[in-house]
Design a protein around this ligand. Sequence first.
Ligand code: PHE
Length: 446
Amino acid sequence: MSTKFSSKLSTILVAAGCSVGLGNIWRFPYVAGANGGGAFLLIYLVSIIIIGIPVMLSEFSMGRATHKSAVGAYKELGGRWHWLGLNGVLAATIIMGFYYVVAGWTTEYFAMSVSGRLADFSSASQLKDLFGAIVSNPWQPLVFTLGFILVNHLIITMGVAAGLERVSKVLMPLLFFILIGLAINSLLLPNSLEGVVFFLKPDFSKITPAVILEAVGQSFFSLSIGLGALIAYGSYIREETNLRSAALVIVALDTAVALLAGFIIFPATTSLGIDPTAGPALVFETLPAIFQALPMSMFLSTVFFVLLMIAALTSTMSLHEVLTVYLMEEWGCSRKKGTTITTLIVAVLGTVASLSFSVLSGVKLFDLNMFDFMDYLTANYMLPIGGLLTCIFVGWMLDRDVFEEQITNKGKLGGSIVPVMIFLLKYVCPIVLFIVFLNSIGIFKF
Ligand code: PHE
């Protein structure tokens, strides 16, 4: 990445590239579907506004104020608080473990679209069986997962990362338009309305502490906050860029992509008889069925899966960077060595996650296989804990001037939003997150 983003637009597009990924298109629909639809969506949106935006602004501010990434920024601003950055480094590492597996599945569906083999599977039950057969085969998904890790490694080490960022600036808007087209198509399917109602209409009886935790966790995962990845981004943002409007645009784009994914998947589930609570399989069972009903189905599905692979790559590159920079700053590794160590660690974790649907399916922690455990632990605990500590740090420990200077560009922009943000960071976010945690582990019931 260049030392400074060349413009506000590129700040937004690169950070949106980090935020928009499998989290929006694969994870959001599956978690929303498994947690009651509309009730989940409502809490998700509230969490984005009252917690997501303040935490994103905090991370950007810390990065731009120090020109460092997570651990270094905490060291400079808060001395002993640097261990906070470690939670994020660990979270990024574990996320990569399962994220690459999903990227591997995406690549496998891409390969099946190119070869036309995907066209042999069209009914809901055939597609369900196909996904089951793919993940329970030990070798094939592992090869695709490790292949994706290798491609990610080569892109980083061969210095083509900047090139990928450039193409993604063109390709991500294309993905966005394709998503709009697919959503319109899904809404026009017979019986689509039932799915729309499931997605949008909150059934308040479905709101439980676990659902709240899932919704808050998904908002963190989707926005890439709570692990310090955006602290590193903040350090590349120019002094004159307005952080508030940049954050708002990034949040709006990220949320729009997630909502579009919902409008594609849920109307199709009721129309095609697919179970919306299918879990991580949901998108892979639904999307091919949607393509099948369209003209030029294999061409469209190939284009779609390529774009999804690129969306995944821009996210894995930033996750990879979190651990690499940590190894460089704290352990004195060269960039080359840091990158290689990171790749080796995630190759091991990716292997474990990939095999957790086949030979390692009996290995369980808290009743979850290793893939689900990595997913659940990071999104629902590590990221919100990182977010909680970020709020406490910026709200209570950090010199207020540091945050205010960043938010107002040293007084050039109006400051009326500062007290609102400080109030959210000091009281609302920590209290809400704390209650959500206590509730979910059953210590405190409301
Ligand atoms: N937000 C990314 C996605 O939705 C995942 C991610 C999380 C990327 C944390 C970087 C840091 O796919």
